[in-house]
Design a protein around this ligand. Structure first.
Ligand code: SAM
Length: 215
C-alpha cells in the first residue's frame, strides 16, 4: 500500500505488532498501512463524523480487520495506557495540548504538529517525556517536523527547545528556519523596535548555530 512520505516516516517510527492509537485519523490511511504492512492493531479516532466515515470507507476498501474506529475528542474515554504508541499528526500544538493535558498516557507518543514546535517540546518535557527521535522532512514541497517522545525526563537547553535536540544538527532544517525568519523580518520591518529587535536576535542566534554546524 502506498502512503505519503510524511505518513511513511511516522510509520517507520512504529515497531511491528504494536498497539497503536491514530488520533485524528481523518482518511485512516496511516492506520490501514500500519495494520497491513506492520501487523499493528490500531484504534483510529477522530472528532469529526465525516472524517471518521471516510476512514471507515477506506478500512472496508482495503479489507483490514485489525483497525477499529471511535468518534471522540482526542483520546477521551480511551485507556491509552493499554497501548504502545499514540500518534497525533496534522493538528496544531494548542489542540494537541488540549488532547494530552491531564491524561494518563502510554510510553511512546509520535507527534507531527502544524505549528508552535518549541511550545510543543516544552509541554511534552513538562509532562515527563523526552525526545527519542526527531526528523525534518519535505513532502510534496511542504516541510514537516516529526517527533517521537518517550516517557522519562531529560535535561534540555534553550536551543534544544527552540530548534530540537536532534534536528538542530540538520543544516537543511536550520536554513529553512532562517528563511522563515527572513520572511518575518520583512513583515515586521515597520513594527515597533522591540518586535524588530526580537527577530534580529533570533536571526543572530540562528546564524551562530549555522556557522558552528558548517565548521
Ligand atoms: C489535517 S487532518 C490529519 C489527518 C492525519 N492524522 C494525517 O496526518 O494525515 C486533522 C484531523 O484531526 C481531526 N481532529 C482535530 N481536532 C481533533 C480532536 N480534538 N480530536 C480528534 N481529532 C481531531 C480532524 O477532524 C482531522 O480529521
Amino acid at each position: 500500500m502506498k502512503i505519503s512520505k510524511r505518513l511513511n516516516v511516522i510509520a517507520d517510527l512504529i515497531e511491528d505488532n504494536s498497539k497503536v492509537i491514530d488520533c485524528g485519523c481523518d482518511h485512516g490511511l496511516l492506520s490501514i498501512y500500519l495494520a497491513l504492512e506492520k501487523n499493528c492493531n490500531v484504534l483510529a479516532t477522530d472528532i469529526n463524523e465525516n472524517a471518521l466515515d471516510n476512514a471507515i470507507n477506506n478500512i472496508r476498501k482495503y479489507k483490514v480487520d485489525n483497525v477499529t474506529t471511535k468518534l471522540t475528542d482526542g483520546i477521551d474515554n480511551i485507556d491509552v495506557i493499554n497501548y504502545d504508541v499514540l500518534v497525533i499528526a496534522g493538528m496544531g500544538t494548542m489542540t494537541i495540548k488540549h488532547i494530552l493535558e491531564d491524561k494518563e498516557l502510554c510510553d511512546n507518543i509520535i507527534i507531527s504538529s502544524n505549528n508552535q514546535i518549541p511550545e510543543l517540546r516544552e509541554f511534552m518535557f513538562s509532562i515527563g517525556y523526552h525526545i527519542d527521535n526527531e526528523l525534518f522532512i519535505t513532502d510534496k514541497g511542504k516541510q514537516y517536523i516529526i517527533i517521537k517522545f518517550v516517557k522519562g525526563k531529560k535535561k534540555y537547553s534553550k536551543i534544544d527547545i527552540e530548534y530540537g535536540p536532534i534536528i538542530k544538527d540538520d543544516i537543511n532544517y536550520l536554513i529553512y528556519e532562517l528563511e522563515k525568519l527572513f520572511e518575518i523580518r520583512e513583515k515586521v520591518k515597520y513594527s515597533k523596535f522591540l518586535v524588530r529587535y526580537k527577530v534580529e536576535r533570533k536571526i543572530k542566534r540562528l546564524n551562530k548555530l549555522i556557522n558552528k554546524r558548517s565548521q
